[in-house]
Design a binder for this molecule. Structure first.
Ligand code: GDP
Length: 205
């Protein structure tokens, strides 16, 4: 179904608007500017699909995407649903916006049986930051399986990527809900997209 176009089906600004539990969901999370929109667009081969969702003042929503044809009830349930989560850690975000984000995201991560995995995007130039640690802590507490995805790896040299992979695995290996392997990507160069697709496929119904 990666050959098909995907469509945006729903933006969820609060938990009460979540679709009923159903097909497996995979969520993409990460700090603002980590390259999340670019990666989702590259993965699905559609340039304008995921918008940059961290613009200050914009409503923070969980954005749901499904393969085309499954956007209507009559077509049956999609085999997989991708969820673009609003970016976190935007320095200038007002406090009430941060609080709203925290509530929405944490509640979703904690209490959503349909959610099968979170791809936690980490910018290869920065590595794991304090707020990424906070999110990992929460995921561990919720026993929500997450896999690190390194982004923008074209921005650093190959040996630095190798070093970062080793360091990141070292930092996550004792974390109970962290997946034992990570995925190295560059949306710019098309690196790692097949690995990402394979990971998605293993979770699809
Ligand atoms: P988001 O805020 O996490 O959705 O991030 P975006 O996808 O909007 O990307 C943030 C910035 O990083 C943009 O200027 C992108 O062009 C750039 N970017 C995203 N992915 C890559 C990548 O793989 N390589 C490089 N060099 N730049 C990237």
């Amino acid at each position: 179904f990666f050959a098909k176009p995907w469509v945006f089906v729903r933006g969820v600004p609060a938990l009460k608007f979540l679709p009923p539990e159903g097909p497996p969901e995979i969520a993409f999370a990460g700090r603002s500017n980590v390259g999340k929109s670019s990666l989702i667009n590259a993965l699905l081969g559609q340039k304008g699909l995921a918008r940059t969702s961290n613009t200050p003042g914009r409503t923070q929503e969980l954005n749901f995407f499904v393969p085309d044809g499954y956007g209507v009830v009559e077509a049956g349930l999609p085999p997989i649903v991708l969820v673009d989560m609003p970016g976190y850690g935007y320095a200038k975000a007002p406090k009430d916006q941060v609080d709203a984000w925290t509530r929405l995201v944490f509640d979703y991560l904690r209490g959503r049986p349909s959610l099968k995995r979170v791809f936690l995007l980490i910018d290869a130039r920065h590595g794991i930051k304090a707020n990424d640690e906070e999110v990992m802590k929460l995921l561990d507490k919720a026993a929500m399986s997450y896999q690190i995805v390194l982004t923008k790896t074209d921005k650093i040299k190959a040996p630095a990527v190798d070093k970062l992979v080793v360091e990141t695995l070292e930092r996550t290996k004792k974390r109970p809900a962290a997946f034992p392997s990570l995925i190295v990507t560059s949306s710019e160069k098309g690196v790692g997209l097949d690995d990402l697709r394979e990971a998605v496929l293993t979770l699809a119904e």
